[in-house]
Design a protein around this ligand. Structure first.
Ligand code: HSE
Length: 421
């Protein structure tokens, strides 16, 4: 009963009558496992419901549904597998656990014919799991572009709009209860990667291995990058990009991305998340809402609880994730194609641009735009380039060669660009 657990309890209590009317039965909280019995939780809970042993929930035969919101690894896995083995339906928001152990969890779910629901694991209150699993069941998902970490979106927005520093913006996100217990996961792309793995697995029917995806965080984004991106007509977002090509090979990546200011995702600010999903039948769709925080996440947990209760009444053959063999391979990272923004710090003298352009030309990489902001005479200057489509392998080789030029004074900075073409 941490942040989200307390929210679930509060809203189950507040909206009890509405849920009873809509479901036709009552959801009753039988037991709540907590780490610290004395902790204040901002909700009124009878002490009789509380226990410090989560095993008590498994041992109680009257409990039919277990909600796992501990956010742990080993303990959460033991709780979830223990519940499945006992025939108790599981609701979880544990994205890290699903990303790493999803295959094992759903093998157990299938073996014991016990559903596992996980709407709260991705994008807080946005019903994206249900949408991909149910609403788009007839579609091949061609692509998903998502802002799926509220904390990093909050930080980028505050840096951009208020000009505050990275550390101050992160402290605000933590104070608002958006950040992970380990906020490094929010800023290094790890949390968004967990969610991208879950979405890709659901969209393509196999549990995507973590080592097949490319992940970068927002730690190195500076106010300069935000400002230069703006001059070029772009906004910087931490984006999860999931795509399948015509051969069925998929790519999954999370990284800071320049997106055109006119694209709808560019106006998704603060803690809000959004996902643009393209299905072969439905075409373009867009989902928007709060991606973190007690209330929106509770809303998703309660939706799963209602679905779990419905599954108790009429058992189903889909246990939350339906594996299939229509996809199954991930494109090697080096072969993934993108466009790129490069920020170089170079000597301010004639011939520098020609040297940089020479390296790129030699690797058959085209430049789509270039600009050099004004600077004080004699000081190293920024040189900004936007690169046409190239593979990750090509750009890595270009960065190595450009970084080694004597006229280049600092390690080149690269951010990928997505034009949604
Ligand atoms: N720390 C996460 C975020 C919480 O900021 O998006 C929701 O998963």
């Amino acid at each position: 009963m941490g942040n989200v657990g307390a929210g679930v309890f509060k809203h189950l209590t507040q909206n009890r009558a509405l849920l009873r009317e809509r479901l036709g039965y009552e959801l009753e909280v039988k037991r709540i496992a907590v780490r610290d019995l004395a902790k204040a939780r901002g909700v009124s809970v009878s002490g009789e419901l509380l226990t410090t042993r989560w095993e008590d929930l498994l041992d109680d035969p009257a409990i039919q549904i277990v909600v796992e919101l501990m956010g742990q690894k080993d303990e959460s896995l033991r709780l979830i597998l223990g519940a499945i083995e006992r025939g108790k339906i599981v609701v979880t928001g544990n994205k890290a656990l699903l990303a790493e152990h999803g295959r094992e969890i759903f093998e157990a779910a299938t073996k014991y014919k016990v559903p596992v629901f996980f709407e709260a694991a991705v994008a807080g209150g946005i019903p994206i799991i249900k949408s991909i699993r149910e609403a788009f069941i007839g579609n091949h998902i061609r692509s998903i572009h998502g802002i799926i970490n509220g904390t990093s979106n909050y930080i980028l927005t505050q840096m951009c709009e208020r000009g505050i520093g990275f550390t101050e913006a992160l402290a605000e996100a933590q104070a608002a209860g958006y950040a992970e217990a380990d906020p490094a996961l929010d800023v290094n792309g790890g949390d968004a990667a967990h969610k991208a793995i879950i979405l890709a697995s659901l969209a393509y029917g196999f549990w995507v291995p973590g080592d097949k995806i490319h992940v970068e965080g927002i730690e190195h984004i500076t106010a300069h990058d935000i400002c230069f991106a703006r001059k070029l007509g772009y906004t910087i977002k931490l984006l999860g990009i999931i795509k399948a090509d015509a051969s069925g090979e998929i790519e999954v990546r999370v990284h800071p991305t320049l997106i055109p200011e006119k694209h709808v995702l560019a106006s998704v600010n603060g803690v809000f998340n959004a996902l643009a999903v393209h299905g072969d039948i439905v075409g373009d769709t867009l989902f928007y809402g709060r991606g973190a925080g007690q209330d929106p996440t509770s809303s998703s947990v309660i939706a799963d609880l209602a679905e779990a209760a419905a599954a108790l009444q009429s058992p189903r053959s889909n246990y939350g994730f339906m594996p299939h063999g229509l996809y199954g391979t991930c494109k090697p990272i080096a072969e993934i194609v993108s466009e790129y923004y490069l920020r170089l710090t170079v000597e301010d003298r004639p011939g520098v641009i020609a040297q940089v352009a020479g390296v790129l030309g030699g690797l058959n990489i085209g430049i789509s735009s270039i600009f050099q902001p004004e600077s004080s005479e004699g000081e190293p200057v920024s040189l900004i380039l936007v690169i046409h489509k190239a593979t990750n392998a090509q750009i890595a080789s270009a960065l190595e060669k450009i970084g080694a030029l004597p006229c280049v004074k600092k390690t080149p900075r690269m951010i990928r660009v997505e034009n949604f073409a």
